[in-house]
Unconditional design. Sequence first.
Lengths: 241, 214
Amino acid sequence: MSSLIEISDLRMKRNGRVVLDVEHLSIPRGETLTVVGPNGAGKSTLLLTLASLLKPASGEIRFNGKALSQWNELEYRRKVSFVFQSPLLLDMTVEQNIGLGLKFRGLPKEEIRQRVGRWVRDLGVESLLGRRAGQLSGGEAQRVSLARAFVLEPELLLLDEPFAALDPPTRTRLLDDLSALLADEHRTAVFVTHNLNEAAKLSHRIGVIVEGSMRQVGTAREIKLHPADETVRAFLQELPQ
Amino acid sequence: MEIFQITSLSLQVSTLATIISMVIGLPFGTWLALGTFRGRNIILSVINTGMALPPVVVGLVVAMMLWRSGPLGDLRLIYTPWAIVIAQTVIAAPVVTGLTAAALEALDPRLRQQLLGLGASRLQMIWYLWREARLPLLAALMAGFGAVISEVGASMMVGGNIKGQTRVLTTAIVLETSKGEFNFALALSALLLVITYIINLALTWIQQRAEKKS
């Protein structure tokens, strides 16, 4: 598989302090990589950098073989789609929310309607189309947020703990649906979570970030059986079994 | 009739000053709310101070600028309705700017990242942030209009309260009161209140209609 993303010597700084350091990371096309790590480890910073919403202090990210610095920023951002922990829906109807990214790209109304129609069916929010964002439950809102990201058919999907605020049954259902969608679509995705079981279920490989540094990348089994160092072992021990 | 002429001039001058303030305040307030540059807090505190500028002080400064001997004297605007528009813009622009910045700062800061993360251009992002903050932004406009339609000090100093030329409702009320014509002054005051109420009612209606449509 060819790499969609190649990261080398990436460093992010905040107030002069290094908050993320990734020596090398390659994400093949079609892979779901889950990033786990303690709070404040730099997981979200990695996603925001991949989305070109934060600029690296040094190092390079290559997308489709071309350095991010050489991409037109808007053109690049339109190949990526981001789902935050909070759904962050706008004060408009579900249909308008899901079609928003397509509207940004200047697609005709009819095409927007058709594409929105497909994804509301796939994510089970068809009955909510006319509802306003404020009238949705947490689970419904997050489904709409996922539909809004998938409808863009992005080359790279970035998900920052999208289920963290949901109750366990809703979380499980959404995780199942997302897992099926990612498998069906063969979409490249980076998913951030605290939950190793969630990570194992969803992804091909798992990356462990501790104290801003990517310590290990491997399958769930590899990481559990052979933690790369003490910090990874300590992080795994702190996780709920 | 004189009263219609005074009312019409009041409305024209204050509406124009509010529109100019919006043209200045909306982009400036947005820049202040979204920017992360050095000196931002200083500018914000200056704007916040500007929101409480005493109209009579604005009137004095604008008058000094527009006097024949002043730096803008050649424009010959002193004691014209344009002078009142300028002074009222100086009063309303900080109000609109400050409230615009506050309205945008009150939005979830991740909303900007979410909009960009969905592929919005910078302008599209700003447009949708304005849309999300449309209710407080309309309130900013209402506050700007309220500040200028009700002020008297600046209009008096730069307009001169000239009958048939620069007399507006507030300056007419002051004049009639000083002449002891309390009934007429009270009638003008009631008119001013009714006009302000109708305009705010219209803006509130627009606000609610926009909310339903969206």
